[in-house]
Design a protein around this ligand. Structure first.
Ligand SMILES: *Cc1c(COP(=O)(O)O)cnc(C)c1O
Length: 404
């Protein structure tokens, strides 16, 4: 990270709008978008020093770009880590992490409830290169301990999970990892640093899909890894330079501007999600609601401790009639009856999104895998946005009140 203005010691709300590289000679108040693939060098000696890493300076946007540096500096400030590296997508971040810290013969322990593509990447793609993995319970720390091997190098967690919002204990998993000298990586996509800062609880690497709450308005694909300077500079930047899963400056700029409103969006969207979850719990056509902000949630107290007292913006619910042959049709009826919510599989947008996980995000699993994961045909997920709560309730009532 180069020429970053010093905002250390300021509050996170301030850093969210102020941390960036220094403005250009024109004094732009909104950070500039540097759409340039390469940067000119003042002379050959300087160029040689910059290419050798002996002097800071921008070279080529595959691994150095001022707009990307601004986004990285701001996200590192929010996560409370020394450094950050932007990537082309959330999956590119996980790819970069695995390429940077693993080699053939190493072993990974991962929650079996993490994002589906993460399971495929670690469990299938990296298996081709000789990396072993064991998938364990999201919530039972003793399963993680039992899965450890002498060659375990990485523990990988995500909390809360999609779509059932199960919460794992970051501090406890960090202790397990550090006990054998392994790293703990936490995918912080669902909470964002506005609610949860895994590094403050012992995580060594924090993973982001910038596509979700960091952008916050559903515009771009982006990702990032946050961690120590040593990890980023010695293990990750060299891989980025060789493999090129680089973040586009335009996408970095959108995420940079998105982070300015992250805190107030997460608070407002969490408040709406809590209100909607409490209301759904009282509706006779709803069998069960999954939301960490509810007292009925199995890890409610842990979630409140770990997530700044907020539940986040994603909730799920079982439409009444889980054992009926019509379970799927009943969920489809509720989703298809909405007129306001977006039927899509994304999340993290200010527009509320409603999803049927069993046929979309988790459609590639077998029925047995799905039922192990607790994702039934009557499950509906809502990623709550910024619409008025009464309009959201009315939209869900169209289907909930007309089930037969
Ligand atoms: C979306 C998502 C990802 C992948 O991010 P992309 O930007 O879509 O590549 C990873 N983890 C979680 C928890 C996600 O929700």
């Amino acid at each position: 990270m180069k020429h970053v203005q010093d905002t250390g010691g300021l509050h996170r709300d301030t850093q969210a709008v102020r941390t960036a590289v220094a403005p250009s000679q024109y004094g732009e108040n909104s950070e500039a978008l540097y759409l340039s693939s390469s940067f000119t060098q003042p002379d050959c000696e300087t160029a040689a020093r910059r290419f050798a890493g002996e002097e800071d300076g921008y070279i080529y946007s595959r691994f150095t770009n001022p707009t990307v540096s601004s986004m990285e500096a701001r996200l590192a400030a929010l996560e409370g880590t020394e450094a950050c590296i932007g990537t082309a997508s959330g999956m590119a971040a996980i790819l970069l992490l695995c390429m940077g810290v693993l080699k053939a013969g190493d072993h990974v322990v991962c929650s079996r409830s993490v994002f589906g593509s993460t399971i495929k990447l670690i469990g299938s793609e990296f298996a081709k290169f000789g990396v072993q993995s064991t998938f364990v319970s999201q919530t039972d720390v003793s399963e993680w301990e039992r899965a450890l091997q002498p060659n375990t190098k990485l523990l990988f967690a995500e909390t809360p999970t999609n779509p059932l919002t199960d919460v794992c204990d970051i501090r406890a998993l960090a202790d397990v990892a550090h006990g054998i000298g392994a790293l703990l990586a936490v995918d912080n996509c669902f909470c964002s640093p506005a609610l949860q800062r895994p590094a403050s609880m012992g995580a060594d690497v924090v993973i982001h899909s910038g596509t979700k709450y960091l952008d916050g308005q559903g515009r771009v694909i982006a990702g990032a890894l946050c961690g120590t300077k040593d990890l980023i500079q010695s293990k990750l930047i060299p891989v980025m330079r060789s493999a090129g899963m680089s973040l586009s400056p335009f996408n970095a700029w959108v995420v940079l501007k998105g982070m300015e409103t992250l805190g107030i969006r997460m608070e407002a969207q969490s408040a709406r999600a809590l209100a909607l979850a409490q209301w759904l719990e009282t509706h006779p056509a709803v069998e069960r609601v999954y939301y960490p902000g509810l007292k009925s949630h199995p890890q409610h107290e842990l979630a409140m401790r770990q997530q700044s007292g907020m539940g986040g913006a994603v909730l799920s619910f079982d439409v009444e009639g889980s054992i009926s042959a019509e379970a799927r049709a009943r969920a489809f009826h509720v989703i298809d009856s909405t007129q306001l919510m977006s039927v899509s599989a994304n999340l993290g947008d200010v527009k509320t999104i409603i999803t049927h996980p069993a046929s979309t995000s988790h459609g590639r699993l077998t029925e047995a895998q799905r039922s192990d994961a607790g994702i039934r045909q009557n499950l509906v997920r809502v990623a709550v946005g910024l619409e008025h709560i009464d309009d959201l309730k009315a939209d869900l009532l169209r289907g909930l009140d007309t089930l037969t």
